[in-house]
Structures are given as C-alpha cells and as structure tokens.
Design a protein around this ligand. Structure first.
Ligand SMILES: [Zn+2]
Ligand SMILES: [Zn+2]
Length: 198
C-alpha cells in the first residue's frame, strides 16, 4: 500500500502554509469564509456570529470574559474586497467613577468597514486584512466595542459619591462630616437654585 494522500500532495511536498492551526480555527467564531462571495461582485450575505473575546476592556470597564460579543453584519463583495455593515453588541461591567460601586450596561456599536487583501502596491490602508478567502471579524468587533465603552461610568446619573472625609457612601449612608468648602460646589448649588449648605 502506498502512503495515504488524502490532501492530494505527496509526502515530500513542502507543508502548506498554516496561518491558523486547526484547534485555533475551531475556537475562532468570528472567522468567515468568503470564497463564494468574492466570486461575484455585489454579492451579499448576512452573518450572525457570537463568541468570547479575551482582554476586551478599558480603564474602568471590561467586557466579562464569559459574556459573548454578538455581531450581525451584511458582508458585500466589491472589486477590492468585502465590506461589513451592521452592528456589534456587548455587555460590560465596571466601577462607578464617583462611588466605586458596580455598574453594568450594554453597548451597541454600528460598524461599516472594509476588508481587503494585504500587501501589493495599491493596498487599502484603512481596511482590515482579508487573507485568501478568509476574513476575521474579531478585530472589527473588538475595535467597535472598545470605542463605545464608557470611559467613566456612573452607577446612576445623580450618584452622590463618597464622603471625601470619611469615605461613607453618600448614596446609602449619612455622616457627620463638615460639608465640603469647595467654592465650585457652592456655585453649582446656586445655579440649581438651591440654598448652599450651612
Ligand atoms: Zn456611584
Ligand atoms: Zn463623612
């Protein structure tokens, strides 16, 4: 018996390029095959993908590692590559910038981006890479979510924050500390039509 050759190549042929190893591919839910799309200019296809994206967050806010990022896009073929047009949604958790309490929310980011082959003289610098007939929507989803995450979330609009003197959470406790003497607060109170604290 000769050596099996399921891949249609001899044992002495150089190994094919392997940009993505097989176990990794299985774990990449945002990877899309677009060979059929690329064959027909103007062809379009709707893709729904969801999966976990690691290390997605900003200073005081993160997308939890066990919360899937959800992507719904229409992929369309144009002469230079593929466009992705749609939305990405994700949940986030963070800390209130005033009281440090937990805050959570959800972002929905609109996306409209191009994917184009890399290299070559007429490379599309603003496009995401299109590698062969494969495009990875994960960088697109990651970037879109990062742009929408709040930089300094509040647990609620009128969070009273912590007492600067004793650290009491003014949303839930009172303390006997003297009121702040910062003149900016007094000015704000005047603007609101309230009496300044005595
Ligand atoms: Zn708060
Ligand atoms: Zn206090």
């Amino acid at each position: 018996m000769s050596a099996p050759d399921d891949a249609g190549r001899s044992a002495t042929a150089p190994p094919p390029p392997a940009p993505v190893d097989e176990p990794t591919r299985v774990r990449r839910p945002f990877l899309v095959q677009v060979a059929a799309l690329r064959k027909q200019n103007g062809a379009a296809r709707v893709e729904h993908r969801e999966g976990l994206i690691a290390d997605l967050g900003a200073v005081s806010v993160v997308v939890p590692e066990d919360e899937p990022v959800v992507l719904d896009v229409t992929l369309s073929s144009y002469p230079g590559g593929i466009t992705a047009d749609g939305a990405v949604t994700a949940s986030w958790r963070g800390e209130c910038r005033r009281c440090g309490g937990p805050v959570e929310g959800r972002v929905e980011a609109r996306v409209k981006e191009r994917f184009a082959p890399t290299g070559g003289t007429d490379q599309d610098e603003e496009a995401y890479p299109l590698t062969g007939d494969e495009l990875d929507l994960e960088p697109l989803a990651r970037d879109a979510v990062l742009l929408e995450l709040p930089l300094a979330p509040l647990c609620r609009e009128d969070c009273a924050g912590l007492c600067p003197t004793c650290g009491a959470n003014r949303n839930t406790e009172t303390c006997d500390c003297a009121p702040p003497v910062d003149p900016r607060w007094a000015a704000l109170d005047t603007l609101r039509g309230e009496d300044p604290p005595i």
